[in-house]
Write a protein that binds this ligand. Structure first.
Ligand SMILES: [Zn+2]
Length: 288
């Protein structure tokens, strides 16, 4: 029987169906998740080269993950410098590290870094940069319990098959008082409310398996041995062409004239920091 990953309740309601996937909401705790959920073998099939160099990134994956390196480095540098308000540089693990750009940003700021990446394609690229990367899941990883001062999960938890198990294992790998930082789409955001099933968070229902709100992520972190220190909306550096592509997806009349102007002025690669207030940033402390 299908039960909620967070509270175990079977009192679920169907929100809508998208790409043959049911979006379910737990009436008890508010967790949103897809049904049926893929297996680990299915996940491995998604995160191949095609995911990082997708022909239609709006419905899943990235246009060209490598070409976005500078923006990603700037984003991770900003995020990691923010974490340093809570913990000084020490041993860091990034779960779902993709090509390792987060590790470059952290290393440059004095962190001793390791990564975990499910995708063989992405982890091979990260390994080639000289990083200690485990290719697989956090469950199977060989890292010692109580080893890390800080674990980061950038846009990772929504992709996992069992977020509770993922966070319990994360907790084990951390030192007491260590800091966990994560980002994940906010299913209770204003943007979700006004765009409904067209919200970009729902763009790839076969890859985003769970959707959290400040309430449900706090509940999950509490149940897995963490105390939430801060919850906020987190942004990222994006090129103007990326922003226009997203505006076009929402079919905004604004997108076309903006597209014309940006192309006319050759500003496609101009970068700005964007916060659409639909992605949660969470800082949590291991307390047990
Ligand atoms: Zn629930």
């Amino acid at each position: 029987m299908n039960v909620c990953n967070l509270c175990g309740s079977n009192d679920l309601k169907l929100l809508f169906v998208k790409s043959s996937v049911n979006l379910m909401k737990c009436r008890e705790c508010g967790l949103v998740f897809i049904d049926p959920r893929p297996t680990l073998a299915d996940l491995k099939k998604y995160y191949t080269e095609n995911y990082y160099f997708a022909t239609d990134s709006v419905t899943g994956g990235y246009d060209n993950y490598l070409a976005d390196k500078e923006n990603l480095l700037k984003t991770f540098t900003k995020r990691i410098s923010f974490i340093e308000n809570y913990i000084k540089p020490g041993k860091m693990l990034d779960v779902g590290c993709a090509f390792g750009f987060s590790l470059i940003a952290a290393k440059n700021r004095g962190w001793d870094v390791c990564g975990i990446e499910l995708s063989d394609f992405a982890s091979d690229i990260a390994k080639k940069q000289g990083f200690n990367i485990f290719s697989g899941t956090i469950e199977e990883s060989p890292f010692q319990n109580g080893y890390f001062d800080c674990i980061t999960m950038w846009d990772l938890l929504e992709h996992t098959i069992d977020p509770k198990k993922e966070l319990l294992k994360t907790n084990q790998l951390m030192k007491n008082g260590g800091i966990l930082t994560l980002s994940t789409p906010d299913v209770s955001s204003f943007l979700e409310k006004i765009t409904g099933r067209h919200w970009l968070g729902y763009q790839s229902p076969k890859q985003h398996l769970f959707y959290f709100s400040p309430k449900s992520i706090s509940h999950l972190l509490k149940n897995t041995g963490f105390e939430v220190t801060k919850i906020f909306h987190i942004g990222k550096f994006c090129s103007l062409s990326f922003i226009i592509q997203r505006l076009k997806y929402y079919n905004l009349t604004l997108a076309k004239p903006l597209d014309f102007t940006v192309k006319f002025l050759s500003l496609e690669n101009f970068t700005i920091y964007v916060n659409p207030f639909d992605t949660l940033g969470v800082i949590a402390k291991k307390i047990k």
